[in-house]
Design a protein around this ligand. Structure first.
Ligand SMILES: *Cc1c(COP(=O)(O)O)cnc(C)c1O
Length: 376
């Protein structure tokens, strides 16, 4: 990816490859055909910028988008006037007409939500477009079985609903060996069979890798579209979309015995060279990437070669041991990679004791997002 377009004064940059994003959506759409492929673009498209990501996915062919909130629904609606929008957080009390104005269908997770949503068309001939979330074991959102049964018995409410989607969500889809997957699949088959006939959706990024039985009518990947590889059963057929780079501010020599950074947590054992890089936890670099003495922390890459973070990650800065890169003649202002070729989002997540999803969605607002299209 070209990085010469980065403003000279920008301490870092997040480069987002919209061509690869579209190619990822198309690869997943092909994999799940004849099921349809939607796209989850909640949380500002996982932090990458819904205003650019949503139109790029629409150009690739996507017609169904999942957001979480009414605010996100309005933003998406402006970008894709005719797409189907499902709001995963469902219906907050009193928020129904706002969701209707956004042309979004809330994914309803309780009988209370269903009743309130149905009341919007009370006394009218019109039915209200609805998505129903049934719980199959996650015990997060979703109607439990007894609520599904109660709803099925209540024709006054059911008659007002135009059910567009019945969905559930998997507990351990990243692990194809987990027997919960099969149990949830069976529970989903049973519960959707109780409800009015409607398109069904069970799989997100990892679930769609579990095979065609999990695809139903619509899959709803998010993370994989952005290049995420969380499925432990093998690689998802997507490529990296995100590169995060920051500039070297200075390079200093550290004598043996000297310490580097706050709390003097790292001590040089040899004559060392340390690069000070302009990225910190305010930019979304987890502080748990810190590498106090004797402990491995995060890695970055400089011209494709690995270099370890040493000492504490601070708000705006990290310190990196570049002693082994003595042959490179590193330059002040040079961009180095925090996430990029050979440095996956997952690697940063696991080095930080978290997951790639969290790393991705917490990338800070300080680095400009630069959109490229390497494919097109
Ligand atoms: C966030 C979310 C998704 C997308 O999950 P990924 O793992 O990012 O593909 C799908 N379904 C529901 C209910 C979600 O909350």
């Amino acid at each position: 990816m070209k990085q010469d377009a980065v403003p000279a004064g920008a301490t870092g940059v997040i480069t987002i490859d919209l061509g690869q994003l579209g190619a990822n959506w198309q690869a997943l759409a092909k994999l799940v055909h004849p099921a349809q492929c939607g796209a989850v673009v909640k949380a500002n498209a996982y932090g990458l910028g819904a205003d650019r990501v949503v139109p790029a996915l629409a150009r690739a062919g996507c017609r169904t988008f999942f957001i979480a909130t009414a605010t996100e629904a309005h933003a998406a609606r402006r970008l894709v006037p005719s797409a189907t929008l499902f709001a995963l957080d469902g219906l907050l009390p009193g928020a129904g007409s706002d969701l209707r104005r956004a042309g979004a269908v809330p994914v309803l997770s309780s009988l209370a939500e269903v009743r309130e949503w149905a009341s919007l068309v009370e006394g009218q001939a019109e039915k209200v477009p609805t998505a129903l979330h049934v719980d199959t074991g996650l015990n997060r959102l979703g109607m439990p079985e007894h609520e599904v049964e109660e709803l099925v018995r209540d024709s006054r409410i059911l008659d007002r609903l135009d059910v567009r989607l019945v969905m559930s969500h998997l507990v351990s889809a990243d692990d194809p060996e987990d027997p919960r997957n099969e149990r949830q699949l069976a529970a989903f088959e049973r519960l959707r069979g109780r409800l009015p006939r409607a398109p069904a959706s069970l799989a997100a990024s990892d679930g769609l890798m579990l095979g065609a039985r999990y695809h139903f009518d619509l899959v709803r990947p998010g993370y994989a579209l952005y290049g995420g590889q969380a499925f432990r059963g093998g690689p998802t057929p997507v490529g990296p979309v995100v590169r995060v780079s920051a500039r070297i501010l200075q390079i200093r020599d550290v004598a043996p015995g000297e310490t580097v950074g706050y709390s003097a947590s790292w001590r040089a054992r040899r004559a060392s060279r340390v690069a000070v890089v302009a990225a910190g936890y305010a930019d979304g670099l987890p502080r748990s990437l810190s590498a106090p003495d004797g402990h491995a922390g995060g890695m970055i890459a400089i011209r494709g070669r690995p270099a370890p973070i040493v000492g504490r990650v601070s708000m705006d800065l990290i310190t990196v041991d570049v002693t082994e890169l003595g042959d490179l003649a590193l330059e002040r202002g040079e961009l180095v990679d925090l996430i990029g070729p050979g440095l996956t989002i997952e690697a940063m997540g696991s080095a930080a004791g978290t997951i790639g999803y969290e790393v991705l969605t917490r990338l800070g607002p300080r680095f400009p997002r630069v959109y490229v299209d390497e494919a097109g």
